[in-house]
Design a protein around this ligand. Structure first.
Ligand code: CAA
Length: 273
């Protein structure tokens, strides 16, 4: 039976499931909250994420989403190893498909998504961050794809998204050695957008989100789609995609308003359409 989101003072939890906390709003926050297992992703958490993401997708009031981890040690330390230890081939395949569906649902959200990485982002945790548009990291964050140490490989998109973000040489080394890297290294490699003190992480992520939320939602959607084409299409097709997305902007009320406001030397009032 499909679970409904419960409203409790603006904070919503999935009925019967305490491991995801969703706070809706123009800047919404989604927290994977299994701190005792370093927020590892099991089937229930992935299914909960899929459900919340589908609700967010259909909620025009949400302009930017921040994804983070509960507690002070981990963003997400990967897929749940205890659960995977019990899986055979068909369960492993299904688990991988579910993880992929969740990561694609994040990547396909029409709104910008910011990962606020507060600690370990390993395996499925790094893959979750890679599905987001921006990464703001605490100085304590540690990233890696350590799956090789478990006799498996990255299974929620890491072999594809990591090389796109940090280049093939670095991604190969990380996936083949299982080594971790810190937030400062992630910044140098262009994976991480900002590194901040742990106590400033959520404020800083929110500051970036609020700045983005003041822009036209219509234009943001086109920008996100065109940027995504840069990693999923050949350059020629991507350039054509951009031409179309640019043209589509000219059909929006926000484009008319944005240009009128500039000429009239006033702030634009976006309708997000
Ligand atoms: N799955 C399940 N439980 C996990 C977990 C995971 N991925 N990561 C940590 N935990 C649990 C530990 O089992 C431990 O539970 P108990 O207290 O019940 O023993 C608890 O979280 C705390 O962890 P540690 O005691 O290990 O903490 P530590 O500080 O000594 O080490 C760590 C921290 C280096 C992150 C270590 O926990 C670790 O190596 N975790 C596994 C990381 C990993 O391999 N991730 C990839 C998983 S595979 C994957 O993600 C596949 C994919 O691509 C989809």
């Amino acid at each position: 039976m499909r679970q409904r989101l419960q409203g409790v003072g603006g904070i919503r939890k999935l009925r019967g499931m305490e491991e995801l906390i969703y706070v809706p709003g123009a800047v919404a926050t989604l927290t994977v909250n299994r701190p005792k297992a370093l927020n590892a992703l099991n089937r229930a958490v992935l299914e909960g994420l899929a459900q919340v993401l589908s609700e967010i997708r259909n909620d025009n009031a949400v302009r930017v989403l921040i994804v983070t981890g509960g507690g002070d040690r981990a963003f997400v330390a990967g897929a749940d190893i205890a659960a995977m230890a019990e899986m055979g081939v068909s369960e492993g395949l299904e688990f991988g498909r579910l993880g992929h569906a969740v990561m694609s649902a994040i990547e396909d959200l029409p709104i910008p998504v910011i990962a606020a990485v507060n600690g370990f982002a390993l395996g499925g945790g790094l893959e979750l961050a890679l599905a987001c548009d921006l990464i703001v990291a605490s100085e304590k964050a540690r990233f890696g794809q350590p799956e090789i140490n478990l006799g498996i490989i990255p299974g929620f998109g890491g072999t594809q998204r990591l090389p796109h973000r940090i280049g093939h040489a670095r991604a190969r080394e990380l996936i083949l050695t299982g080594d971790m890297f810190d937030a400062k290294t992630g910044l140098e490699w262009g994976l991480v957008n900002k590194v901040v003190a742990p106590e400033q992480l959520l404020d800083e992520a929110r500051k970036v989100a609020e700045k983005i939320a003041t822009k036209s939602g219509f234009a943001l959607r086109q920008a996100k789609a065109a940027l995504r084409a840069a990693s999923t299409m050949e350059e020629d097709a991507g350039l054509r995609f951009e031409q179309n997305a640019f043209g589509v902007c000219f059909g929006s009320e926000d484009r008319v308003e944005g240009m009128k406001a500039f000429v009239g030397k006033r702030e634009a009032k976006w309708q997000h359409k």
